[in-house]
Design a protein around this ligand. Structure first.
Ligand SMILES: Cc1cc2nc3c(=O)[nH]c(=O)nc-3n(C[C@H](O)[C@H](O)[C@H](O)COP(=O)(O)O)c2cc1C
Length: 282
């Protein structure tokens, strides 16, 4: 067999590595737009589903029809850590100042621009050796980051207020949405769309048998104080609880905690909306 020199072997390996990395880089660049569209559609599908659109009807829609429906029926509001509404234009200006290309910003949906902004703030804070909260103090006080609240408004009236919910399950982050009826007290629906919990155990949280138990639960007690729904260990013992998932108490505890955290963060804004509704006689 022909003996190859070490130089030949290293050069060959280098060329193979270079060819692979160029291939991967090209594939990543080429697939980026499809990735962005898919994660955008994921958000929209979840919003449609939690607002009452049937899964089979959603599946029949093309990507364009879905995005058009979102633009038509789902106005949204960006809030800062103090629950003050923030204009998208302001975030765009800040991001442009931080060096983000303006042409990219124009194309982003509101929920994407908020994510970009929060990521950018965290990144800069880390690079500057500051805690994100300290850096964020330049924008506002508090620690919650900028947040989205979506409305489902199929006609004149708002039909649901939808907030993103996220936090730790047992194995990692869980992401979902919680929708409230227009009274901002009664839960209209809950969805979990991304998590790493164990199939058959914590992953049962995404199943309708579990999420349907949240429907109709009140987030305020009789005296009007926030009383977020809890996931029980075993059977629900009161109106404020839903049944736990057997063998997955820790996932349930996580859900209890982050629903409480997210509802508490939005509660001051909900209070303003409830007051407005009462004044309007709604
Ligand atoms: C392989 C494996 C996967 C598990 N996955 C989960 C999970 O996704 N969520 C969870 O709460 N507990 C999970 N558990 C069980 C927890 O370790 C813990 O025992 C359980 O949450 C206690 O719930 P229980 O009191 O309802 O039995 C898993 C256990 C094993 C061995």
């Amino acid at each position: 067999m022909q003996q190859r020199s070490n130089l030949y072997i290293f050069t060959f390996a280098l060329i193979v590595c270079l060819a692979c990395s160029i291939g991967l880089a090209l594939a990543a660049t080429a697939l980026k737009p499809a990735q962005v569209t898919n994660s955008r559609l994921d958000v929209v599908k979840n919003l449609l589903s939690i607002s009452g659109y049937k899964d089979q009807d959603i599946a029949r829609l093309s990507a364009k029809e879905m995005l058009d429906l979102y633009k038509k029926e789902f106005p949204s509001q960006i809030l800062n850590e103090n629950n003050k509404p923030v204009e998208r234009a302001w975030i765009e200006k800040e991001l442009a100042m931080l060096g983000y290309p303006e042409s990219d910003l124009k194309e982003q949906f509101d929920f994407e621009i908020v994510e970009t902004f929060n990521k950018k703030i965290n990144l800069i804070a880390r690079r500057a050796g500051q805690k994100p909260e300290e850096y964020r103090a330049r924008f506002a006080t508090g620690k919650a980051g900028y947040r989205m609240i979506f409305m489902h408004r199929p006609a004149e009236e708002v039909d649901a207020y939808i907030i993103p919910i996220a936090g730790n399950g047992l194995w990692g982050m869980m992401y979902g949405y919680l929708a409230l009826q227009p009274d901002l007290v009664t839960i209209k629906g809950v969805r979990f769309y991304k998590h790493v919990e164990t199939p058959g155990l914590g992953a049962e949280a995404e199943k309708p048998w579990f999420t349907n138990m949240f429907i109709g639960k009140k987030i305020l007690d009789e005296s009007g104080q926030l009383r977020p729904v809890r996931v029980a260990k075993g059977k629900a013992a009161s109106d404020a609880e839903v049944d736990g998932i057997s063998g997955a108490t820790l996932t349930g505890n996580g859900i209890t905690e982050f629903i409480k955290k997210d509802l508490s963060a939005f509660e001051p804004y909900f209070q303003i909306l409830r007051k407005l509704h009462t004044e309007d006689g709604v």
